[in-house]
Design a protein. Structure first.
Length: 284
């Protein structure tokens, strides 16, 4: 496995790797400097942790900064955003108002222009409720934050993480890849992905495979016909499912896997509820 250190990408964009590696953040948080030319201003995506050395390195690499954009509000992406924006004299734009600096937010369909270049905002909730991706049509690239990682798969952590929303977001990104609007992925952690379509095929298949494994585990661990609401409430059951389904995952990550299992159970609950709800015009 090659070591990921960031670097230059596209016409004049760059990734500055934050010094916060961990089992959850991989090599560290990717702070992206987006610009069409080296002479013009830039947008900075996810300044990362509140680390003075990292923020100084980003400021030096970026030059003039038009604004800071956040893919989502997790601390490893957003904690340094306000300090960085104040350093370079700009605002912070995010979907969640609590992470903004200034009056401007971000939402689905927004288009930011930069020297004749477009950055299109794509809502991709699921990993978190406020997750956004940024499409760069000129580069045929999409910045995915933690929705798609450069290595491995991401955590959909119950209760803020919603598996149904996440699957819909993967489908949205897959459609962009299938139509060649986004051929590469610039992720929030790990290396750039050159084949977006193949990776999204894998992500979607992996999620459905995990769901099938969870269903199978429940047949053994919770026989009979308990309601999924009851299953979600059983703390010990979620860990038991992890121990059966996530045997291929380092046990250090089982705490995060348990949050994903809770999201899976909540998703299955909604499937059961929707399938049992009376149809319009039909008697219950």
């Amino acid at each position: 496995m090659s070591i990921w250190t960031g670097g230059g990408f596209g016409a004049a964009s760059a990734c500055v790797l934050a010094p916060n590696p961990s089992i959850m953040t991989l090599d560290g948080t990717n702070t992206w400097i987006l610009r069409p030319t080296t002479e013009g201003p830039a947008y900075v995506v996810d300044p990362g942790p509140l680390d003075e050395g990292h923020l100084a390195a980003v400021a030096e690499a970026a030059g003039a900064v038009r604004g800071v954009l956040l893919t989502h509000g997790h601390a490893d992406h957003s904690d340094g955003a306000r300090a960085f924006a104040e350093r370079v004299g700009c605002g912070v734009r995010a979907l969640d108002p609590q992470h903004r600096l200034g009056s401007e937010g971000l939402s689905e369909g927004d288009v930011l222009e930069l020297g004749g270049w477009e950055i299109r905002v794509v809502a991709t909730p699921g990993h978190t409720s406020d997750s956004l991706s940024f499409l760069l049509p000129a580069e045929r690239a999409v910045l995915t934050g933690d929705t798609v990682l450069g290595r491995g798969t991401t955590v959909v952590a119950h209760p803020d993480g919603q598996l149904g929303a996440y699957l819909d977001s993967l489908d949205r990104l897959h459609a962009l890849a299938a139509e060649h609007t986004a051929e590469t992925i610039w992720p929030g952690h790990g290396p750039v992905i050159d084949d977006a379509l193949a990776t999204l095929d894998y992500y979607i298949a992996h999620r459905h495979e995990r769901l099938d494994q969870v269903r199978e585990a429940l047949r053994e661990l919770a026989p009979g016909s308990p309601s999924y609401d009851d299953l979600v409430a059983r703390d010990a059951l979620a860990r038991a499912v992890v121990e059966k389904v996530y045997v291929d995952v380092d046990p250090v990550l089982w705490g995060a896997a348990e949050l994903s299992v809770r999201a899976q159970l909540a998703y299955l609950t909604r499937l059961v509820e929707s399938s049992s709800a009376p149809r319009e015009g039909k008697s219950p």
